[in-house]
Design a protein around this ligand. Structure first.
Ligand SMILES: Cc1cc2nc3c(=O)[nH]c(=O)nc-3n(C[C@H](O)[C@H](O)[C@H](O)COP(=O)(O)OP(=O)(O)OC[C@H]3O[C@@H](n4cnc5c(N)ncnc54)[C@H](O)[C@@H]3O)c2cc1C
Length: 266
């Protein structure tokens, strides 16, 4: 599906915020700007700009009233539309509480009704057509929102495997997953250490014959390996494989995006 047309950033305010699980914060955003938000964008990514400490709503909004500022004034991070309820103009975004002092995480940890941010996007939804005989979904916590939205959009008859790498047993979430998708939760309690859990698991999987589609995202080093495994190793067609690095150990997002552009990160 083509990306919806670029529009001025939407200034949204926090309606509520809560810990969905010990390491996942669900922030519900609202605002008149959502009146023209397209439906069916669950799983699409967006860019969020966060205000500076003490910045007023008026001063912040003014900077986005004529589009994206030419120069970066605020920290901007990439997130996923987890759900959108047009009738109440509410959008949920799930933030991993990963324990680092990143501006997005800090903002989400203290988000309270009336707080605000600028929402840019949405970008394209990752999987819009479901035609596979078998699906492979793999996600760490940063990619749980895209994985969950994708699984919820699949036909009820879908078959395959979904692997979620989470920080603790209690980070399991309720997701509406087709019965034919076998789910595995892998616990890796320190996300700051490299993890081979998903790689080992997928290496040991038996891939059936037939057309395979993937939705795989997470830490860049893991993604690099998984890309080799599923595309080069298993020959899954590039067009059928959504596989993307969402963050990288030791790099803040801007550095990670730069490394991706230079082909140095997954
Ligand atoms: C298309 C796309 C969609 C995404 N959707 C989501 C989403 O819905 N929810 C979500 O939580 N994240 C999502 N991410 C990942 C998110 O953009 C990054 O995790 C981002 O770095 C968080 O910003 P920050 O300000 O918290 O940390 P930064 O300032 O970017 O980084 C600070 C430090 O934290 C580390 N770090 C960053 N993220 C993680 C993590 N998940 N686990 C452990 N350490 C980390 C970095 O390596 C760095 O050392 C998405 C990324 C992409 C590309």
């Amino acid at each position: 599906m083509a990306a919806p047309q670029r529009r001025s950033p939407r200034i949204l305010t926090v309606k509520s915020s809560r810990y969905l699980t010990p390491h996942m914060i669900r922030v519900t955003l609202t605002g008149d700007g959502l009146a023209d938000f397209p439906e069916g964008q669950e799983g699409a990514h967006c860019k969020l700009a966060f205000p500076r400490e003490g910045e007023s709503f008026e001063a912040f909004s003014a900077l986005y009233s004529e589009g994206r500022p030419k120069e970066r004034v605020h920290p901007v991070r990439t997130y996923t539309v987890r759900s959108f309820r047009p009738e109440s103009l509410e959008m949920d975004i799930d933030f991993v509480a990963h324990g680092d002092e990143g501006p997005a995480t800090l903002w989400a940890q203290s988000a309270a009704p009336g707080d605000f941010l600028a929402f840019m996007g949405p970008g394209p939804v990752k999987l819009t057509e479901f035609y596979a005989d078998w699906y492979l979904v793999a996600a760490d916590m940063s990619a749980l929102p895209v994985a969950a939205a994708t699984l919820e959009a699949m036909p009820e008859t879908a078959r395959g495997v979904a692997i979620f790498e989470i920080h603790s047993e209690d980070d399991r979430q309720e997701i509406d997953i087709p019965e034919g998708i076998k789910t595995h939760w892998l616990v890796q309690d320190d996300p700051h250490l490299p993890s081979a859990a998903q790689i080992d698991f997928i290496r040991g999987l038996e891939f059936p014959d037939g057309r395979i589609q993937t939705c795989i995202a997470g830490e860049s080093g893991v993604i690099r390996e998984l890309r080799l495994l599923v595309q080069t190793g298993r020959g899954i067609d590039k067009a059928d494989a959504y596989i993307s690095g969402y963050w990288k150990l030791g790099l803040v997002e801007d550095q990670h995006q730069q490394a991706k552009r230079e082909g140095l990160a997954g």
